[in-house]
Design a protein around this ligand. Structure first.
Ligand code: TYD
Ligand code: MG
Length: 439
């Protein structure tokens, strides 16, 4: 059996942290005489009281932080990858747990390799737990990216108990930890297979305990399903400090890093990257993302949306075609479906165009999700353009929120978007400034 040397609580299996007194690394295996152990646990079980807990005075907080490791100052937890640091609020905190999620193939492991390199170059020891790929496969990527990874070790292990035991006994070798991916981790004592909801939450819980207990800044990588959820429970998001979504169409270059939750920083800034031969490169000027050669076809319209504090030009595509279904189809990608229903109702009512027998598809190219009411006007224009089979010139751009009566409303940072549109060379800029109604 296993006994905590601090409070004597007994366990049938090893674990990193004692549930009773909260101490780390105090549980060791002892030869069980059966009899004695039983008596002991009975005694404890009766009262369940441990004398070792005590509250911490406010003024003592931070003096001796939960960071038991020396040398992992928060100052070092800056990657130097500006788009990343900026989106995360400047720097990370020791013991911070970040969930990095995105669709398979979007570039989570690539981004992780580059962040790993940044920490390694600062002299921090990085432990990369790889359940998804073998160390050889990762090494191949690392070399291709031209990274040195001097202070990086790979641990090909998916059993949580093994991971805990390794980390607890090699603390000097772990300042930062990556778990790639959470869907591969498992606890052999649970009946379900890895990737199931219970395995994912149990593993996340234990990884979080390790991170907090030892002050290890930890990245948990998680895949998301097509629907955009992290495969596994939403509850995962409550267990971590920071939730990062990495978005983009894997067939295209553009990637956007969105911080959805952050206990240690802001959530209104994003990181912009492009995937190249040499991995992810930062987008310094959003002009790089603008492809002025979009296809000259009906249903395609430019718009300007805000990503964090930066305006980014996007192409909206719509296709309206005769439906063969009793319930015509409406599908969106990157745009709110309910918003499309409203827009179709406005088109029907205000423009007297019959949309009831049309299937309507709307797509924001580049694989990004846009949650910006300024897109309404461009979506309306794109749908009408497709219905009427009329081309909208490439030199035009549209942004504005459209109200239920068909009015074009002012949007957040309109002037900034106009200025950016001018800089990119748009000649006809349509917004609330010069267009008050859709008809
Ligand atoms: P990866 O980081 O493995 O994705 P994830 O971990 O999110 O599943 O990246 C996968 C894709 O990125 C793969 O299709 C190849 C592409 N890629 C590049 O274009 N350039 C590169 O330098 C690297 C490493 C990957
Ligand atoms: Mg990967």
């Amino acid at each position: 059996m296993f006994v905590c040397s601090n409070c004597q609580k007994t366990y049938s299996k090893w674990q990193g942290r004692c549930d009773s007194c909260g101490q780390w690394g105090t549980i060791t295996e002892v030869a069980s005489s059966g009899f004695q152990g039983k008596g002991k646990s009975k005694g404890k079980g009766k009262t369940g009281i441990s004398n070792s807990i005590k509250p911490i005075r406010f003024i003592d907080l931070g003096k001796e932080s939960s960071d038991k490791k020396q040398g992992t100052s928060n100052r070092q937890l800056v990657t130097g990858i500006h788009e990343f640091d900026n989106a995360l609020g400047g720097r990370l905190v020791s013991g911070q747990v970040l969930l990095l999620s995105g669709a398979p193939g979007v570039g989570k492991s690539t981004l992780s390799a580059q962040i790993t390199e940044a920490f390694s170059q600062k002299g921090l020891n990085v432990l990369y737990i790889c359940g998804e790929e073998s160390p050889d496969q990762i090494a191949h990527r690392v070399k291709r990216l031209g990274l040195k990874h001097e202070n990086v070790s790979f641990l090909p292990e998916t059993n949580m108990a093994e991971v805990e035991s390794y980390v607890a006994s090699n603390l000097d070798k772990v300042d930062v930890m990556f778990v790639d991916s959470i869907q591969t981790m498992y606890d052999p004592n649970l009946p379900s297979t890895s990737g199931s909801v219970s395995q994912i939450s149990e593993s996340t819980n234990r990884i979080t305990n390790l991170a907090k207990g030892f002050g290890i800044t930890t990245f948990i990588i998680g895949h998301i399903t097509k629907a955009g959820d992290i495969a596994g429970p939403k509850v995962l998001e409550h267990m971590v400090d920071t939730v990062i979504y990495f978005e983009g169409d894997k067939r295209m270059e553009f990637r956007i890093l969105r911080v959805e939750k952050n206990r240690y920083g802001p959530t209104d800034e994003v990181g912009l990257f492009r995937m190249s031969e040499k991995g992810l490169t930062e987008v310094k000027d959003t002009k790089e993302l603008f492809d002025p050669n979009k296809s000259d076809a009906p249903g395609s319209v430019y718009s300007m949306v805000m990503e964090g504090t930066r305006p980014v030009v996007v192409e909206v595509q719509a296709l309206a075609s005769r439906s063969y279904f009793s319930n015509p189809r409406r599908t969106t990608s990157g745009f709110d479906l309910n918003r499309l229903f409203i827009i179709l109702a406005i088109i029907e009512k205000k423009l007297k165009l019959n949309t009831g027998e049309l299937d309507v598809y709307v797509n924001i190219t580049g694989g990004i999700k846009v949650n910006d009411s300024g897109l309404d006007l461009a979506v309306i224009k794109a749908v009408i353009s497709s219905i009427k089979n009329e081309i909208i010139p490439k030199t035009s751009i549209f942004f504005g929120e459209v109200g239920l009566t068909g009015e074009v409303r002012k949007i957040f940072l309109e002037d900034k978007r106009i200025k950016e549109s001018k800089r990119l060379g748009f000649e006809n800029i349509y917004s609330n400034k010069n267009m008050k109604r859709v008809v």
